[in-house]
Design a protein around this ligand. Structure first.
Ligand code: NAP
Length: 324
């Protein structure tokens, strides 16, 4: 047990619940926001599956990214705020504002509440989406120095994360110079599903490939990182003195294509090969390159491999219907 209290926004989310799990294991007192308290049991079930048996250090607050209600109460008395909640969806909405408004305004609500509560540091979950979509990936190694241009024609989710992160840095400069902000920019998050809490990235890529819905390789590659390592980097970033004012790209080594994921599962989980499509590989020179050197050197962060992250997701699903 330690005496520090952390607010994690979005406890019903895949990443949010994993961060709560790690914080509770480390003895922090944890608060979490959710849109409706009626979903509290989903979080308790997931944490129980993760090995937590007493919940006296966890409390729940109702707060929606689109409303002012509940944020001040949730942040009051906290040492840190980890702002994880943001709409993350498989399908692009017709109106990009469905993602942009909650992402941006929710971030500002969390920051304002944190400032009012005298919180020491906010850690914001941004994304590789805010880094990697405006530079030609060929012959470029993406780092924290890169930014997506939100005025370029990019998908709504990419735009929402870029705008929200920029708004956060601007808020700090204009309105909260005494508070600290650290930003984590994860690539595609995979890893084990805790209880029943999955996410769009897993369902789209892993289920899509194993169940045969993805039939062709895509014209892009992506970084993959394990949710346990993304939880870990949030906590390291929350505590490390040198993390203040920094963004950290959270990726394992290398990138993957749908072809790579398909081949990995066929090789390592041959019983699931039945419905997996045969795809054309991505040429080596077309792979996105990125570096987690800054997180490794500053925070001592050592992520699992991308293969481990993907296979942990695969093993979390009940794919018995596709077994030979
Ligand atoms: P997720 O499982 O869909 O979690 C998203 C969370 O945000 C949920 O708790 C969701 O609540 C909450 N949320 C969405 N709209 C909200 C609203 N209007 N008011 C309050 N809460 C709202 O996805 P995730 O993967 O854990 O994502 C967590 C964070 O990581 C997000 O900031 C996402 O952008 C970022 N990220 C994810 C990936 C990835 O591959 N998964 C990669 C990079 C960055 P409900 O359950 O009520 O919908």
């Amino acid at each position: 047990m330690n005496n520090q209290t952390v607010l994690v926004t979005g406890g019903t989310g895949f990443l949010g619940v994993n961060i709560i799990l790690e914080l509770l294991k480390k003895g922090f007192t944890v608060r979490t926001t959710l849109r409706t308290l009626s979903r509290k049991n989903e979080i308790l079930d997931a944490l129980t599956a993760g090995g937590i048996s007493t919940f006296d250090q966890l409390s729940f607050y109702e707060a929606d990214l689109l409303s002012d209600n509940g944020w001040d109460e949730a942040a009051q008395g906290c040492d840190y705020v980890l702002h994880v909640a943001s709409p993350f969806v498989a399908e692009q909405p017709k109106d990009e504002n469905e993602l942009i408004i909650p992402a941006k305004e929710g971030t500002l609500r969390a920051l304002k509440a944190a400032k009012k509560a005298g919180v020491k540091r906010v850690v914001l979950t941004s994304s590789f989406a805010a880094i990697g979509y405006s530079i030609d990936p060929r012959n470029h190694v993406f780092t924290e120095l890169d930014w997506t241009d939100e005025n370029a024609p990019v998908q709504a989710y990419i735009k929402s994360k870029t705008i929200a992160e920029k708004a956060a840095w601007q808020f700090m400069e204009d309105e909260a110079p005494a508070m600290e902000l650290t930003v984590i920019n994860p690539v595609g998050i995979f890893g084990p599903i805790l209880g029943g809490i999955s996410s769009a990235s897993l369902d789209t890529v892993v289920k899509g490939i194993v169940e045969g819905h993805i039939k062709e390789n895509a014209p892009f590659t992506f970084g993959a990182v394990d949710v346990r390592d993304v939880a870990d980097i949030h906590i390291k970033a929350m505590l490390h003195p040198e993390a203040a004012g920094q963004r950290f790209l959270a990726t394992s080594e290398g990138a993957m294509s749908f072809y790579d994921v398909a081949e990995l599962i066929k090789k390592e989980r041959p019983k699931l090969a039945g419905k997996i499509a045969t795809m054309q590989p991505t040429p080596v020179e077309e792979y996105t390159q990125m570096s987690h050197k800054k997180a490794a050197e500053t925070l001592g962060w050592k992520p699992r491999t991308r293969e481990e992250a993907i296979l942990a997701s695969v093993d979390s699903y009940n794919f018995s219907n596709t077994q030979n």
